[in-house]
Design a protein around this ligand. Structure first.
Ligand SMILES: Nc1nc2c(c(=O)[nH]1)N[C@H]1C(S)=C(S)[C@@H](COP(=O)(O)OP(=O)(O)OC[C@H]3O[C@@H](n4cnc5c(=O)[nH]c(N)nc54)[C@H](O)[C@@H]3O)O[C@H]1N2
Ligand SMILES: Nc1nc2c(c(=O)[nH]1)N[C@H]1C(S)=C(S)[C@@H](COP(=O)(O)OP(=O)(O)OC[C@H]3O[C@@H](n4cnc5c(=O)[nH]c(N)nc54)[C@H](O)[C@@H]3O)O[C@H]1N2
Ligand code: SF4
Ligand SMILES: [Mo]
Length: 744
C-alpha cells in the first residue's frame, strides 16, 4: 500500500443506509476506505461492506467486457458484437412470438444506481411486455399496496422518525445487520441507542433474538407469519380500552368505524395462541404504544415476505394512525426528496389487476407480475409463453422462491441477456452478459433512498475513477433502442434527449412551476452534467422543493451546488405533509379499503385454528452479506461458515441434531443438507437459514464465493405461496421437515 495521493468522497450504494465514504487513492488504486466524518447524515458511520468497495472494484471475476455465448460457451466479445447478438436474439423472439414472449427481471441494485432509476422506464416502454418482474415481489410490494390503498400513492411510504421518537415498535427488521430498510438511516443502531439514551424505548418483535433484539428494551418472539394478527390485536386493545387518539388526523381519516368492526374478532385472547405472545403481553405493548408521547410502529422483511404481508403492512400504519402518530414529528412521517415533484394530476383510486398472469391468473401490481410465477410463464407452453428474458442487476436463481425450478426454466429459454457485472448462478444462463461499470466509475445521486430517509439530505458524487467502461445508462438506452426496433447501431443520445424532454415537459405543465413561460430548449441547454443521467439530476434538483428554480433562488439546489458540497447537504428534519401526499379520491386516509377488509376475513379464519405442528423456516441477514452478490469479496466471507441452520436446543435434542452436524431440510418443493448451529437465539419451533448462498452451480465465475458456497435457502421456499393482495413471495414461515444426517 502506497502513499495517499487523493481523497474522494461518495455515497455508498451497497445498502439503503447511504453512508458517506472517504476513499483514499494512489493513482487508480484504492488504498483505504473509511466513513466520511464530514457527511452530515452518516457522520463517519460505515460497515464492512462499504470499506470493501475497493475490493469489489478490483475483483478479478468482475466482468470488464461483454460475454457472448458461442458454441455453448460464454466468451469475451466486443460491445458491437454483443449488442448485435441482442438485436438478433430479442428480435427473433419478438418477431415469431410477440412482445409478451420477452420477460424482464429487475433486481435490487437498480434502486441503488442512477442508471436504473432513469433508464429502466424507457427500456420497459420499448419492450412493451406484460411480463415485468422484479425483486420487489420478493421484498416490499405489500408496503406499496397498503400505502396505495391507505394514501392513494404506492410510493407514499411513511418512515419512523427515529431521531425524535420516544417509542419504536419494530417488527421483522434487524437493522444491526441490515442497516435498515424502507427507513434510510445511516448508523441505525447508533440512532436507536440515542433513542434509549434520551429515555425512550424500543421493542422488537422477531422469532429470533437478533442483535437488534438484544439491544432493545423488550423482545417478544413471535410465531412466523403472524404479525398481521398481532397488529390487529394491538388495534383491538386500543379500541377496547379507549386509547384511540387521532389528534390532528381526525378530520383526515375515513373508515374508522369499519376498522373497529374489522379488528373486533382479534382480541388478545384470540390472537395469543396464533402468535405465541400472551394476551397480557399484547395488552402491555398496546398500552405502552398508546402512552408514549411520540411513538412509531415500523415493520420490515419479516412482516412483508409472509402470507399476510399486505395486512401486516396495513396494520403497521393503522396503528400509527390510531395513536395519532402518523404525519407527526417523532411518529411516522413522509420524507420529501430533493428531487420530488410538486403534487399534480387527478386523484384516482389505486387498484391492482389491470392485467393478469397467463398461467396462474395472478393480478398485476404496479405494472408488475409476481416473480413467484416467472417459472410458470416460462415452462407452460402456449401462446404468450415467455421465451426470452432480460435481467438487469438481479440474481433470481438465488433470490426468488423455488430457485431450483427457475434455474431449470432459464436453461430452456431461446434467448437471455443480462446486464450484470458477474457471471453468477443466474447470468450463467444468458446468451449475452453486458457488464456495467463498477460503483467507483459512475456518479451517484440517490433517487430511491432520499424518498425514504429520516432526514432531508442532498448529495451528489462524481465518479471516483475515470473509466472508458460503457456507462450503465448507455447500456440500458441501447437495449431500449434495440427493443424499439431501432437497431444496435442507433445513437443512445436519442434516449437521453427523450428522457430530458419528457421531464421538462411534465414540469412545465405542473401548476406553480418556475418553468412557466420559459423555453424548454433554453432550459435543456442550461443543464449541467457530463451525461444524460447527471443532467436529469440537475434538472430535478433545480425544479425540486429546495431547487434554485432556474434563477428563482440563487442559493437553491443544483448539481453545481452539490458538486461544491462533496459531503452532502443537510436540509433538516422531516415535517408533516400529509395533505400534499394524500392522493385518494376522498382526499382522506382510507383506513378500511374494500380489498383489505376482504383479506381480513381470510385472516380471521386463522383464529381458533390449531397452529400446524412441525418447524417453520425463516431467513436472516448478516452485516457482511448483501443478498446474493457480495460473497466473492474475500474480506466479507472470511471466518466461520455463516450459512448454517439455526435450531433451538430443545428442537435439536428432539430431532437428534448436534451443533456442527449435518441436517437434511425438506419442504414441499425441495431439500438440501446443511450444517447445524444449535442456539437459543431462535425460538422453539423455528429454524433459520440465510438467503443468497448456494454458489456451487457450474458455469458461474465466482472463485471466492465458490469456496464458501453454502446452500440456497430458496430451494425450500415455495413459489406457490404468495400474499394475494401484493403477489409478494412468502419467504418466511415455510413449513419444513428436518432430520439429522450422518456427519461426513
Ligand atoms: N429466502 C429469502 N429470499 C430473499 C430474501 C430473503 O430475505 N429471504 N430477500 C429478498 C430481497 S429483500 C431482495 S431485495 C432480493 C434481491 O434479489 P436480486 O436483486 O435478484 O438479487 P441480488 O442478490 O441483490 O443480486 C443483485 C445482482 O445485481 C448485480 N449487480 C450488482 N451491482 C450492479 C450494478 O451496479 N449494475 C448491475 N446491472 N448489476 C449489478 C449482482 O452481480 C447480482 O447479480 O432477494 C430476495 N430474496
Ligand atoms: N448486511 C446486509 N444488509 C442488507 C441486506 C443484506 O442482505 N445484508 N439486504 C438489504 C435488503 S435488499 C433489504 S430488503 C433489507 C432488509 O432489512 P431487514 O428487514 O432489517 O432484514 P433482516 O435483517 O432480514 O431482518 C428481518 C427479520 O425478520 C425476522 N422474521 C422472520 N420472519 C418473521 C415473522 O414472521 N415476523 C417477524 N416479526 N419477524 C420475522 C427475521 O428473524 C429477521 O431478524 O436489508 C438490506 N440490507
Ligand atoms: S451500512 Fe450500507 S451504505 Fe453504509 S457502508 Fe455499509 S453497505 Fe454502505
Ligand atoms: Mo430487499
Amino acid at each position: 500500500m502506497g502513499a495517499v495521493e487523493r481523497i474522494a468522497y461518495r455515497t455508498c450504494p451497497l445498502c439503503e443506509a447511504t453512508c458517506g465514504l472517504e476513499i483514499a487513492l494512489r493513482g487508480d488504486e484504492v488504498v483505504r476506505v473509511r466513513g466520511d466524518a464530514a457527511d452530515p447524515f452518516s457522520r463517519g458511520f460505515v460497515c464492512p461492506k462499504g470499506t470493501a468497495i475497493g475490493e469489489l472494484h478490483r475483483d478479478p471475476d468482475r466482468l470488464r467486457r461483454p460475454l457472448l455465448r458461442r458454441g455453448g460457451e460464454l466468451r469475451e466479445a466486443s460491445w458491437a458484437e454483443a449488442f448485435a447478438e441482442v438485436e438478433r436474439g430479442l428480435g427473433a423472439v419478438i418477431a415469431s412470438r410477440g412482445r409478451d414472449a420477452v420477460a424482464v427481471y429487475l433486481g435490487n441494485p437498480n434502486v441503488h444506481n442512477l442508471a436504473g432509476s432513469l433508464y429502466l422506464r424507457p427500456l420497459l416502454r420499448a419492450l412493451g411486455t406484460k411480463n415485468v418482474y422484479s425483486a420487489s415481489t420478493a421484498d416490499q410490494m405489500p408496503k406499496h399496496v397498503s400505502c396505495g390503498y391507505l394514501f392513494g400513492d404506492t410510493n407514499a411510504i411513511p418512515v419512523p422518525d427515529l431521531d425524535r421518537t420516544d417509542y419504536l415498535l419494530m417488527l421483522g427488521a434487524n437493522p444491526w445487520e441490515s442497516n435498515g430498510s424502507l427507513c434510510t438511516a445511516p448508523d441505525f443502531p447508533g440512532r436507536l441507542r440515542a433513542l434509549r439514551g434520551r429515555g425512550g424505548r424500543f421493542v422488537v418483535i422477531d422469532p429470533r433474538c437478533t442483535r437488534s433484539a438484544r439491544e432493545a428494551d423488550e423482545h417478544w418472539p413471535i410465531r412466523p407469519g403472524s404479525d398481521a394478527q398481532l397488529l390487529l390485536a394491538l388495534a383491538n386493545v386500543l379500541f377496547a380500552e379507549g386509547l384511540v387518539k387521532l389528534g390532528a388526523l381526525a378530520e383526515q381519516v375515513a373508515g374508522l368505524g369499519e376498522v373497529e368492526a374489522l379488528v373486533a374478532p382479534f382480541s388478545p385472547e384470540a390472537v395469543a395462541p396464533v402468535t405465541g405472545i400472551a394476551a397480557e403481553s399484547i395488552r402491555h405493548i398496546a398500552r405502552s404504544l398508546a402512552a408514549a408521547r411520540r411513538a412509531a410502529v415500523y415493520g420490515r422483511i419479516g412482516t412483508h415476505t409472509v402470507e399476510f404481508g399486505t395486512l401486516a403492512s396495513w396494520g403497521v400504519d393503522l396503528l400509527n394512525v390510531l395513536t395519532g402518530n402518523l404525519d407527526a414529528p417523532g411518529g411516522a412521517l413522509f420524507p420529501k426528496a430533493p428531487h420530488a415533484r410538486r403534487p399534480s394530476g387527478p386523484q384516482h383510486a389505486f387498484r391492482i389487476g389491470r392485467w393478469r398472469s397467463r398461467v396462474r391468473g395472478l393480478p398485476e401490481v404496479r405494472g408488475e407480475l409476481p416473480v413467484a410465477t416467472l417459472a410458470d410463464e416460462i415452462e407452460t407452453p402456449g401462446s404468450g409463453a415467455v421465451r426470452a428474458l432480460v435481467t438487469v442487476a438481479g440474481n433470481p436463481v438465488l433470490s426468488t422462491p423455488n430457485g431450483a425450478r427457475l434455474d431449470r426454466a432459464l436453461a430452456s429459454l431461446e434467448f437471455m441477456v443480462s446486464v450484470d457485472p458477474y457471471r453468477n448462478e443466474t447470468t450463467r444462463h444468458a446468451h449475452v452478459i453486458l457488464p456495467p461499470p463498477s460503483a467507483l466509475e459512475r456518479s451517484h445521486y440517490d433517487m430511491a433512498f432520499t424518498t425514504l430517509a429520516v432526514r432531508h439530505v442532498a448529495k451528489w458524487s462524481p465518479p471516483v475513477l475515470a473509466s472508458d467502461a460503457v456507462p450503465e445508462g448507455e447500456i440500458l438506452a441501447r437495449l431500449a433502442l434495440i427493443a424499439a426496433g431501432q437497431g444496435a447501431a442507433a445513437d443512445p443520445a436519442a434516449v437521453d434527449a427523450l428522457l430530458l424532454d419528457a421531464l421538462i415537459a411534465a414540469e412545465a405543465r405542473s401548476p406553480g412551476s418556475p418553468l412557466a413561460g420559459r423555453d424548454p430548449v433554453e432550459i435543456g441547454a442550461a443543464l449541467h452534467g457530463e451525461n444524460g443521467a447527471d443532467r436529469a439530476v440537475d434538472f430535478l434538483l433545480r425544479t425540486g422543493p429546495w431547487g434554485e428554480g432556474f434563477g428563482r433562488d440563487a442559493d437553491g439546489l443544483s448539481l453545481a451546488k452539490l458538486a461544491r458540497h462533496p459531503h452532502g447537504i443537510d436540509l433538516g428534519p422531516l415535517e408533516p405533509r400529509l395533505a400534499e401526499v394524500l392522493r385518494t379520491p376522498s382526499g382522506k386516509i382510507e383506513l378500511a379499503p374494500e380489498p383489505i377488509a376482504q383479506d381480513v376475513a381470510r385472516l380471521r379464519a386463522t383464529l381458533g385454528r390449531e397452529p400446524a405442528a412441525g418447524l417453520l423456516l425463516v431467513g436472516r441477514r448478516h452485516v457482511r452479506s448483501n443478498n446474493s452478490w457480495m460473497h466473492n469479496v474475500a474480506s466479507l466471507v472470511s471466518g466461520r461458515d455463516r450459512c448454517t441452520l439455526q435450531v433451538h436446543p430443545d428442537d435439536a435434542a428432539a430431532l437428534g441434531l448436534v451443533d456442527g452436524g449435518l441436517a437434511q431440510v425438506a419442504s414441499r418443493v425441495g431439500k438440501l443438507s446443511v450444517r447445524v448451529e444449535v442456539t437459543a437465539d431462535v425460538m422453539r419451533g423455528v429454524v433459520s437459514l440465510p438467503h443468497g448462498w448456494g454458489h456451487d452451480r457450474p458455469g458461474a465465475q465466482l472463485e471466492v464465493a465458490r469456496r464458501h458456497a453454502g446452500v440456497n435457502s430458496n430451494w425450500l421456499t415455495d413459489e406457490q405461496a404468495i400474499d394475494p393482495l401484493s403477489g409478494n413471495a412468502v419467504l418466511n414461515g415455510i413449513p419444513v421437515r428436518v432430520e439429522a444426517m450422518a456427519t461426513s
